[in-house]
Design a protein around this ligand. Structure first.
Ligand code: TXA
Ligand code: MG
Length: 313
């Protein structure tokens, strides 16, 4: 098992040596390595068992640090970065040569994000390279929102996990790129569509539905928990027919033994924070399947539902 701790000097040293470690962010935990070192990037792909056609996000502690690695910011990119960094937003830029092709899977664009987590921002200030960090889960599985989740799944393969508590947002960053100056959302995430629109006006949403993403986004069957997860538009009826099943509800309490309520008060941010915990919880229950309902499509609800559709695909 990996060592868990809050020693950022120690974390920085592992990274300088080319190791990969677990790091906290406000969205989900990341599996981090030196984004400029192809060997460290390869290690990340290996530890995650991730296909190399799925590119990684580079993390830095300030907008200024992105500038060296990319072509100029467009005015929309600047508006988004200033509005939401540090925070759960990833921006795609045309990359310069210093960014290894391995990081972007050969694509011309590179993904950057400034995460909003004090320990990780301090760690990023200590090292003199960006950190490549996909979510710290085995490929295709649910993202980790605590250091313990990372240790459970990848602890055998990495030396250290920086423990920064539970993730405050709980779902991954929103990914935005630009096509002919039009803002395109490739992944729904921790910044709502409404908030993106209020910063840059109309945006187009192009979520990846394919199982072979040439470009961005996510595979269709992502977030697959071990338990069979089934979408239900009537949880009461589903549980009547399958009394042994588990349920994940948005806010209603069905009084079932194997249930997880995302937010009793209908708070969408709380629901997002609880989503991956709920999926993991179902995996630990002695059930053969679990029913889950979609949440209202407002705010982070769209991002939650996108993940639920993929998890039940
Ligand atoms: O919140 C997050 O974004 C977390 C934390 C750790 O920062 N990271 C994360 O990374 O979710 P990952 O690797 O699980 O998902 C990154 C997504 C991938 O689906 C990938 O296809 C897309 O970002 N991506 C990365 N670089 C890209 C690029 N150059 N062009 C298009 N899509 C890219
Ligand atoms: Mg991921």
């Amino acid at each position: 098992m990996a060592e868990l701790g809050s020693d950022i000097e120690k974390a920085a040293n592992f990274l300088r040596l080319g190791e990969v470690i677990g790091i906290p962010t406000e969205t989900v935990y990341g599996l981090a390595g030196n984004a400029l070192d192809p060997d460290a990037i390869l290690k990340i792909y290996e530890v995650k068992n991730r296909p190399s056609f799925d590119p990684l996000i580079a993390h830095v502690d300030s907008i200024e640090k992105v500038i060296d690695f990319v072509d100029a910011f467009s005015s929309k990119a600047e508006a988004l970065a200033h509005s939401f960094w540090p925070g759960p937003l990833t921006l795609l830029f045309n990359k310069k040569n210093q960014i290894p092709d391995l990081l972007t899977s050969g694509l011309p664009r590179v993904a950057f994000r400034v995460p909003n987590h004090t320990q990780t921002l301090n760690l990023l200030r200590l090292v003199d390279f960006p950190l490549a960090a996909p979510s710290a889960n085995p490929f295709g599985y649910v993202s980790p929102v605590s250091a313990g989740h990372v240790n459970d799944q990848l602890g055998e393969k990495i030396p250290y996990i920086l423990d920064g508590g539970e993730c405050a947002i709980g779902i991954e960053s929103t990914i935005v790129g630009f096509e002919k100056d039009e803002a395109i959302v490739y992944r729904l995430g921790g910044i709502s569509l409404e908030d993106i629109q209020s910063a840059v006006g109309k945006v187009t949403v192009k979520l990846n539905q394919s199982s072979n993403p040439v470009a961005p986004g996510m595979l269709k069957s992502h977030y697959s928990p071990k338990r069979k997860l089934v979408l239900s538009d009537n949880l009461a009826a589903s549980i009547d027919e399958n009394p042994e099943a588990g349920i994940i509800s948005f806010m209603e309490d069905y009084g079932e033994k194997h249930q997880f309520i995302l937010s009793k008060t209908g708070d969408m941010n709380e629901a997002a924070r609880n989503l991956f915990k709920a999926l993991r919880h179902m995996d630990e229950m002695p059930i053969s399947k679990a029913f889950v309902e979609l949440v209202p499509e407002k705010g982070l609800g769209k991002a939650i539902n996108d993940r639920l559709r993929r998890a039940t695909a």
